[in-house]
Design a protein around this ligand. Structure first.
Ligand code: OAD
Ligand code: ZN
Length: 419
């Protein structure tokens, strides 16, 4: 429902408020409807501080105001909004019965202190409060701020920027971690800089090595992770508009995300292309050559053909550069599972404007973010991305829906439920 927030309504001035000093100590955890004991969809009367169920249950708040003439402002225990029931019953339902006045916000803050252990108004409005927080409180503060905004669909133009970390739980190694493929390549080929096998120069010299690496990765056999479906879920909700991925495994598409939403910054493995003239090779054809370990030679110019991934020393696609400028208009950037160590991808987050939220989900700190800046809309959530995506879904009350859509059908067999 579209509503206009009002700072006031005539009834705010005439309402006698329950003393705030007492309100902050109320045992909210045991609140239930005074009439029917219902615990869902409760509203607290700001005059007597008793609670009643709302219109979606047994409508007992209406009963309460019928019996008590001047008890009309109430606070939702669900979403912490304050409404004037008089305005509602007078038929002004969608034009300003939602109150956000200085007096009512004291009650909102008091109850949110109880509910979250801190206040969830936007950080910039709460500078003094924030400074008193320790870093854990500050983290929670920002995290629940983010969840509130996410679940209430306040983000409409988000961008995802992802890397190899989102596919590790599927079984595909990342590059730079302890178990990453760079370590293996270093040992196997006795080189200092494993990146070199992903360079144009080295490929022309020794194409067989890249063929072998791609063959060994056997990317076709893997399935999307919870994080991939989480991405699909946010796209479907209209929250995420663009995805930039550095991954060549194509699991974004396997999860059902529309091709048009994804920028494959470093290409995708299953097609092929001549390293010199760019002539395209059919994917099945390329696959055959890689499996046989035989170098496909371009029949136009006699040069080796590569899997259509972007090598060091090559340009990224026009798509990448054209879409990059859209980031400055985004209201949210979520960065997942990338060490942000390869340019130009690693500068994408810098394109976010200063009012946009940037959320990093990774098992280590990355990039140029100021992790100590309390004021910024920047949130770092450390840990396994599948676990974190799951927590976000649960905290937004989206998990059941997500579970029914994705979890049941795709048996996430790589995923340890007891984890
Ligand atoms: P990296 O291997 O550099 O970084 C992966 C990041 O994800 C690391 O910070 C890991 O700690 C983290 N990570 C791994 N598994 C995770 C998990 N389950 N949950 C949370 N975090 C996890 O991979 P990228 O940043 O994608 O380019 O690498 C960028 C580019 O470097 C690749 O696209 C490739 C490579 O050279 C080219 O080949 C052109
Ligand atoms: Zn050619």
């Amino acid at each position: 429902m579209l509503v206009t927030t009002k700072n006031d309504c005539p009834h705010v001035k005439t309402t006698q408020f329950f003393p705030i000093e007492e309100f902050i100590y109320l045992p909210f955890q045991s609140f239930k409807c005074e009439f029917c004991n219902e615990k869902r969809e409760l509203w607290i009367c700001l005059t007597c501080a008793k609670s009643f169920c709302g219109r979606y249950i047994n409508k007992h708040f209406f009963e309460h105001i019928k019996q008590n003439n001047n008890h009309i402002l109430c606070l939702s225990m669900l979403d912490l909004s304050v409404w004037c029931y008089k305005c509602i019953t007078n038929g002004f339902l969608d034009v300003g019965s939602y109150i956000n006045s200085p007096i009512t916000s004291k009650y909102v803050n008091a109850y949110s202190d109880f509910k979250f252990g801190y206040n969830f108004m936007p950080p910039t409005n709460q500078i003094s409060k924030l400074i008193k927080m320790n870093s854990q409180q500050c983290h929670n503060f920002k995290y629940y701020n983010f969840i509130e905004l996410l679940k209430n669909r306040q983000f409409r133009n988000g961008v995802l920027m992802v890397g190899a970390g989102i596919s590790t739980s599927a079984g595909i190694p990342d590059f730079r971690s302890e178990k990453g493929i760079f370590k293996e390549i270093k040992e196997k080929y006795k080189v200092k800089h494993p990146e070199e096998f992903f360079s144009k120069k080295k490929f022309i010299e020794k194409p067989k090595i890249l063929y072998d690496i791609i063959k060994q990765l056997n990317l076709k056999k893997y399935n999307p992770t919870i994080t991939h479906y989480f991405m699909k879920y946010l796209v479907d909700k209209g929250i995420i508009k663009i995805i930039f991925t550095q991954n060549i495994d194509g699991l974004e598409l396997k999860a059902g995300i529309n091709n048009a939403k994804v920028i494959f910054a470093h290409g995708i493995f299953n097609e092929g292309q001549c390293i010199n003239c760019g002539k395209k090779i059919d994917c099945n054809d390329m696959d055959d050559y890689i499996n046989k370990g035989e170098i496909k030679i371009c029949n136009e110019c006699n040069n080796p053909c590569k899997p259509s991934i972007v090598l060091y020393g090559e340009d990224l696609s026009d798509d990448f550069y054209e879409t990059m400028d859209k980031i400055q208009d985004c209201d949210l950037g979520i960065i997942i599972g990338t060490s942000l160590s390869v340019e130009p991808f690693s500068s994408l987050p810098e394109k976010l404007n200063k009012n946009a939220w940037s959320v990093v989900i990774n098992n280590e700190q990355i990039g140029e973010f100021d992790y100590d800046d309390l004021m910024k809309y920047h949130l770092f959530i450390e840990g396994s991305c599948d676990e974190i995506c799951k927590k976000i879904l649960v905290d937004c009350n989206w998990w059941d829906d997500f579970y029914n859509r994705f979890y049941k059908i795709n048996n996430f067999n790589y995923y340890n439920e007891n984890n």
